[in-house]
Design a protein. Structure first.
Length: 132
């Protein structure tokens, strides 16, 4: 079973023209229960992303992470998320506490991409720039 696929398939040579055509065809990149494991960090992702007419990512990804603090710290260390947001994230990002199929407790959040920006749990973190 594939964890991710694009409908229609992504262009072989992604550039502004081919990706614009893909977007106009209703292109979506779909992630279905992608699971990543690294040491004691387990991240499960599902959702779909498309492109706006000006080629900005558009959609939501649901992220479930065991040891979410480790996951967020990696995002801050690699500058995916700005350090200035760390304190706010500590208080606002955690949406729920649940159990996965292994009985491990995890926390979930939504990573959103829209015309207005990239957000986590509804808090805009940065601008969402066009890909091309």
């Amino acid at each position: 079973r594939r964890a991710a696929h694009a409908l229609p398939p992504l262009p072989a040579d992604p550039n502004k023209a081919t990706m614009s055509a893909w977007q106009q065809e209703g292109g979506r990149f779909v992630i279905e229960d992608l699971r990543l494991e690294l040491d004691n960090l387990i991240v499960e992702v599902s959702g779909s992303l498309g492109l706006t007419p000006d080629l900005r990512p558009d959609g939501d990804l649901e992220i479930r992470a065991v040891n979410l603090d480790v996951f967020l710290n990696k995002m801050f260390e690699t500058e995916v998320l700005p350090m200035s947001m760390k304190r706010i994230m500590d208080f606002t990002v955690i949406r729920r506490l649940d159990q996965n199929e292994l009985g491990q407790k995890y926390r979930g959040l939504t990573l959103g991409f829209s015309q207005s920006g990239i957000s986590v749990a509804g808090i805009t973190l940065r601008a969402n720039r066009p890909l091309f």
